[in-house]
Write a protein that binds this ligand. Sequence first.
Ligand code: SF4
Length: 326
Amino acid sequence: MRVLVLQPGYLGDTVFLGPAVRALKARWPEGRVGLCVTPRGAPAARLLPGCDEVLVFDKRGADRGPAGLWRAGRRLRAFGAELALVPHVSARTGLLAWLSGAPRRIGYAPLCTERVRLDRGRPFVDRALVLAERAGAPGEPALALDAPAAHAAYAEGVLAGARRPVVGLVPGAEWATKRWAAERFAALAAELVRDGATPVLLGGPSERALASRIQALSGGALRDTTGNAIDEAVAVLARCDLVVGGDTGLVHCARALQRPALVLFGPTAPERHRFTHRERALTVGIACQPCHDHGPPTCPLGHHGCLAQLEVAQVAGAARALLQLP
Ligand code: SF4
């Protein structure tokens, strides 16, 4: 069986495919599981256990517009899928699945041969897992990601001489309303340094300025890896004793690597995730939370209290508890 899973979303969305991918591979071990994801999701997709092939759909770049969609469809057709799972909801993804030539398409998007109603109240990992189960491949919802062996030397270099515990800090997020303030990350980092820990900043190229600001505010004692490739960041995350950040892709990568994680929730819902005993979701619990599935570009109430009211002392206390520090 050749199965294609189409999820051209964010990095976190790719990580959440993991349980379904493992279920499909367990059901058809001699088959081939291909993942169609965005360029940002591709490095993580290659690290998902059970993934045989990654097909990139650059919907905002090279594959933009009707001609790009047609070209991407031709690439997918070459995969020869007998079954497609479509956990993404957009009509464009439904059309791409149709262009792939897969005769059976199970999913939430239009043009699926078996269109399923999306239950938005369920955890994100369940979205693809439900579709896999419908295809005859039930599985368990635990996240998993392999550490990239090719970048082990890079990560060892970043952490050379670091005092334990090493704490990864992920201050960025796609949406501004999911970011805790730079000043607070800096204050948290300074507290961690006083506790004897080594904070390491992680993030994408667009977050370099944010990381520099945190570095300057905290007194310059942090290791800054911001702007590196995603698989390099994943190699560093795999060596962290704790990762602290918002509801964002690199933090979910850390969770899938089985790293202890402290997730700071603002406009989004902790209930959309299945946390383990190594993880803690922190939220101030004001009445307007949650207000959005993925995080609005700006706070509709103008005060951003969901993260503005989250104090450094609370986060530092939760971090110490997860690190089992006094
Ligand atoms: S409405 Fe509430 S939950 Fe949404 S961004 Fe504003 S403060 Fe946060």
